[in-house]
Design a protein. Structure first.
Length: 298
């Protein structure tokens, strides 16, 4: 079997009295899109920084592409691409200039640089904007340029840290299409996100993080089936009615959660005739996430 693209064993990272990563175990096989799903503060971004050696773990073992970190972090960085959460593009440079600079930084051979830049521009759908300065690009174009920059050297692994955070839904869809195309090409990706729909749509495997560790892992369908069941009943009504339904669920030991203006009761297929009248729908990853963590995230 191929060695994992990422292997983390017992990683701990503290910032004073705060433990951001708390005994994290994580293994990412090659050739998959692996999603780290969790609310802000779950430890996702700290994990990403440890994988690039921007932050050093206080304990544990980390390897990336079979390189041990932090001792071999430079070698690992040369073979991975990184798409940061924050836009750190030089606004005075054009798209082509930025990609050319990073082609040199990543030691793309001189005779291959022109083709590498052209390929990156095409992947990110930025060919018509090749000579446009970053300051004149839209938010979605800038995010696509960040992805193109991370791919300039054909990395074996790409780290995507909250790739669509703060973007409007239309631009987010554009980025999803780009990430999905990379997945279809077999690029190994580790993507941190707090958007449940993003993890459900893009990730082959999802690890749910809470309080600095992984609390569940599997395909989106496996997580839903194991932690939320097949069907959910959503009961709508007045606040008094919803309070009654929540009390009924608690008394019977049913897993339930507030879902907008309704109470959602999970594993409805197992509950018989006592379930109150409501709207039946398939269970989803958001149901599973709330069942696992007790938290709602957007």
């Amino acid at each position: 079997m191929s060695a994992p693209a990422i292997a983390i064993r017992g990683a701990i990272k503290r910032y004073g009295e705060i433990t951001a990563v708390n005994g994290l175990d994580l293994e990412v096989p090659p050739g998959v899109c692996f999603g780290l799903l969790g609310p802000n503060g779950a430890g996702k971004s700290t994990t990403m920084r440890m994988l690039t050696a921007q932050t050093l773990a206080d304990a544990g073992e980390i390897s990336v592409l079979s390189y041990r970190l932090p001792a071999e972090s430079k070698q690992a960085r040369m073979e991975m691409g990184v798409v940061p959460q924050l836009d750190n593009l030089d606004i005075e440079l054009t798209c082509r200039q930025i990609l050319s600079v990073f082609a040199r930084l990543y030691r793309v051979p001189r005779h291959e640089r022109h083709a590498a830049v052209a390929r990156a521009l095409e992947i990110a759908n930025l060919v018509p904007r090749a000579e446009t300065k970053v300051s004149d690009l839209s938010g979605g174009m800038r995010r696509r340029l960040l992805v193109a920059r991370g791919l300039i050297h054909r990395p074996r692994l790409v780290l995507l840290d909250e790739p669509t955070v703060g973007l409007d839904p239309q631009i987010r869809q554009e980025l999803w299409s780009l990430i999905d195309s990379l997945r279809s090409e077999g690029v190994t990706m580790l993507m941190s996100t707090h958007y449940i729909e993003e993890a459900e749509r893009l990730a082959d495997i999802v690890a749910v993080m809470s309080a600095g560790r992984v609390i569940a892992q599997g395909t989106p369908a496996e997580l839903v089936r194991e932690h939320a069941g097949e069907r959910v009943i959503e009961v709508y009504g007045t606040p008094e009615r919803l309070a009654q339904v929540a009390e009924l669920a608690a008394r019977n030991g049913w897993r339930s959660r507030r879902s907008g203006p309704a109470i959602a009761i999970m594993r409805a297929e197992e509950l018989g005739e006592e379930v109150p009248d409501g709207t039946s729908r398939p269970a989803n990853l958001e149901d599973a996430f709330v069942a696992l963590t007790g938290e709602e995230i957007e």
